[in-house]
Design a protein around this ligand. Structure first.
Ligand SMILES: [Zn+2]
Length: 217
């Protein structure tokens, strides 16, 4: 069993990192039934692609992440801040209702050892966060080892990290998309969605953030 980063984080620190790890653990994939659409406005998520992911992969990945979040009652508006699309919107400081996901490619050799696929910077005291990172090269290797489409796994990893930011927690439940360790033999299939309890926490986290944005606007 690969230890899930986040459980070992020093809790006295306001900011903690929750990491999604590629490992060899086994378990049961949580299944969430379809949930009603939320009346909340869409979350705004900027993606900063420093991994140079071709559009043919990035676009389906964002669609996959959006579909997972939509099923949990959260709609998304993406702002793609790629090098060739770096608009003025991308340069502004993040607003209360905005999140940012960085897509990075690390300089390292392919490995089957457990390494984080992504990380989310979470303020565990205020239970909020705005910045997450997904390591595209590790996601690629994991997808190849799993026999699953790269865009699909990338979308799931992005949705997982957004889950941390909206819920404001580094915790990883045993089931569902928010599990902390993903194993190649488990990742095939269509059951990678937020568990019901996580979907509820997502909507509540987003509601608090939206209320705060509204009260300060
Ligand atoms: Zn995680």
């Amino acid at each position: 069993m690969t230890r899930v980063c986040g459980e070992g984080i020093v809790r006295r620190a306001c900011h903690a990192i929750a990491a999604l790890v590629w490992g060899l653990a086994s378990g049961i994939v949580g299944g969430a039934r379809a949930l009603p659409q939320s009346a909340l406005p869409p979350i705004v998520v900027r993606t900063y692609d420093a991994a140079d992911i071709p559009a043919e992969y990035q676009q389906p990945a964002l669609l996959a992440a959006a579909a997972i979040l939509d099923r949990a009652g959260i709609s998304v508006r993406w702002i793609r801040c790629d090098p060739d699309g770096f608009t003025a919107e991308c340069k502004k400081p993040l607003d209360t209702y905005e999140l940012a996901v960085r897509l990075l490619k690390l300089r390292e050799r392919p490995s089957k050892s457990a390494r984080p696929l992504g990380e989310a910077n979470v303020d565990v005291v205020r239970r909020t966060g705005s910045l997450a990172t997904v390591y595209a090269n590790r996601v690629r290797w994991f997808a190849d080892a799993s026999g699953v489409d790269f865009s699909t796994v990338l979308g799931r990893a992005i949705a997982h990290e957004i889950g941390h930011l909206l819920m404001g927690t580094t915790m990883h439940p045993a089931t569902g998309l928010m599990r902390g360790v993903w194993a190649p033999k488990e990742v095939a299939g269509e059951h990678w969605v937020f568990a019901d309890r996580d979907a509820l926490a997502l909507r509540e986290g987003w509601r608090l953030r939206a209320d705060l944005a509204h009260s300060t606007s």
